[in-house]
Design a binder for this molecule. Structure first.
Ligand SMILES: [Zn+2]
Ligand SMILES: [Zn+2]
Length: 437
């Protein structure tokens, strides 16, 4: 993965640039750093507790209770059971000002933990009918702990806070169980952005294995991909494998479609504008060597960074599948299920936020990250209000990045020094944004 490291000179240019601190963003009170550091051991303890008790999407009962109890103790107005297990809390500052939302996702993954730590998860559960291990393999345990710390930090300075903070603890970022709704989309549907106080901007972060602890990474504009799923069912006509002329072979037709789909990105997408990915992940058909089956099915994923390209890929998948099938005398049924949109960082908000993060990270530690083809449902919030989503490096400094187990791996390991950096970053963005908007 390529990173553009901001050198000392580039960093000072950033500080001096008109979009930087200048009039908009006041220099951060040094006390935010000190306050975050004072909360570090609590944040680590919460994270370990949540890590040891991971819960899948829409089932974050224990986590939600831990969060809600903490926020109530801080004196916030707390609403529970939003979009199943979500917790929304409001902190009204002592001075008038705008409303900003901060979001943390709470769900774990059906992964069996292999990390050797005393607080490793031993939890098992049933997921879509299968017995699975459960692990915080994406770092959402850290996100929850960070935002709990930020809530405490900001609650302590409530009297001086010029505006309102809406805390959004969100279930099911990784997707709800089959047959259920969930995540950011459901929270929005249930009015989290439309009910008073209505946030005018939103911040979110992700612990990332792609960067070392101590590094903060961000990217203006499209940062993470839109993710859509396609299913193609090819129907031919069954016959004896020894007499293919008597049938229509859906396997050969599917193979042609599969290869045809690979020309979308290589021949049709303007790859210098934005990248795109079309992957067929499963291809099933047939039960026996000498029977040509009547059906085959393939399922795949599409990743794009531009809405126009996204629509174009969908259209081309439909056209290629249908026309190749027709040429073989078969039919193709194409279903495209839209998933998460592009995580698109508001450019003005990002330009404003970068110098704040540069102060938090320190010289040389704020980098412009590469796009990632992973997807994130924070993108739904960004479709409604300006949003900024950034990455906090989580890989232990002594581990080479190319060897670091990625998010979702059973070996994904968070260097806990990243947690306080995340808390300081979120708190700093909040204080600076409320003070300057
Ligand atoms: Zn994830
Ligand atoms: Zn995640």
């Amino acid at each position: 993965m390529r990173m553009i490291l901001l050198t000392g000179a580039a960093l000072s240019a950033l500080f001096l640039s008109p979009i930087a601190l200048a009039a908009d963003a006041p220099p951060l009170p040094a006390s935010v750093k000190a306050d975050a550091r004072a909360l570090e051991s609590k944040i680590i303890a919460w994270r370990r507790d949540i890590h040891q008790h991971p819960e899948l999407g829409n089932r974050e009962f224990r986590t939600a209770k831990l969060v809600a109890d903490h926020l109530k103790k801080l004196g916030l107005e707390v609403q529970t059971g939003v979009a199943h297990t979500g917790v929304v809390a409001v902190l009204k500052g002592g001075k008038p000002g705008p409303v900003v939302a901060l979001r943390a996702d709470m769900d774990a993954l059906p992964v069996t933990e292999q990390v050797d730590v005393p607080f490793a998860s031993k939890v098992r559960t049933t997921y879509n009918g299968q017995d699975v291990g459960v692990m915080h393999a994406c770092g959402h345990d850290g996100h929850v702990a960070i935002l709990m710390g930020v809530a405490e930090l900001l609650a302590r300075r409530k009297a001086d806070l010029p505006g309102t903070v809406k805390f959004i603890f969100q279930p099911a970022e990784e997707g709800p169980p089959e047959g259920e709704e969930g995540g950011a989309e459901l929270m929005i549907k249930q009015g989290v952005l439309d009910t008073e106080p209505k946030p005018q901007a939103i911040f979110g972060l992700h612990l990332a294995s792609a960067y070392h602890a101590g590094t903060i990474a961000y990217r203006p504009g499209p940062a993470m991909a839109a993710s859509d799923t396609f299913t193609i069912v090819v129907t031919g006509r069954q016959s004896h494998g020894a007499r293919p002329w008597a049938g229509v072979d859906p396997l050969v037709t599917s193979a042609q479609i599969l290869v045809g789909l690979q020309t979308i990105v290589s021949r049709n997408m303007e790859v210098i504008k934005e990248p795109a990915v079309v992957t067929v992940g499963t291809l099933h058909g047939g039960v026996r060597r000498n029977i040509i089956p009547d059906k085959a099915e393939m399922v795949g994923t599409i990743r794009t960074f531009d809405e126009g390209m996204r629509r174009d890929v969908h259209e081309r998948i439909r056209r290629i599948a249908t026309n190749i099938a027709e040429s073989a005398g078969a039919t193709a049924d194409v279903t495209i299920e839209t998933g998460y949109p592009v995580t698109d960082n508001d450019r003005d908000l990002t330009a404003w936020a970068a110098p704040v993060l540069a102060q938090v990270a320190g010289p040389g530690k704020l980098v412009e990250g590469t796009k990632t083809t992973g997807a994130e449902d924070f993108s739904f919030f960004q479709q409604k209000i300006p949003g900024f989503f950034f990455w906090v490096g989580a890989t232990p400094p002594d581990m080479p990045l190319d060897k670091a187990p990625s998010n979702h791996s059973p070996l994904f390991k968070v260097d806990e020094s990243s947690l306080v950096i995340g808390a300081e970053a979120m708190a700093s963005l909040t204080v600076a944004w409320l003070s300057s908007h």
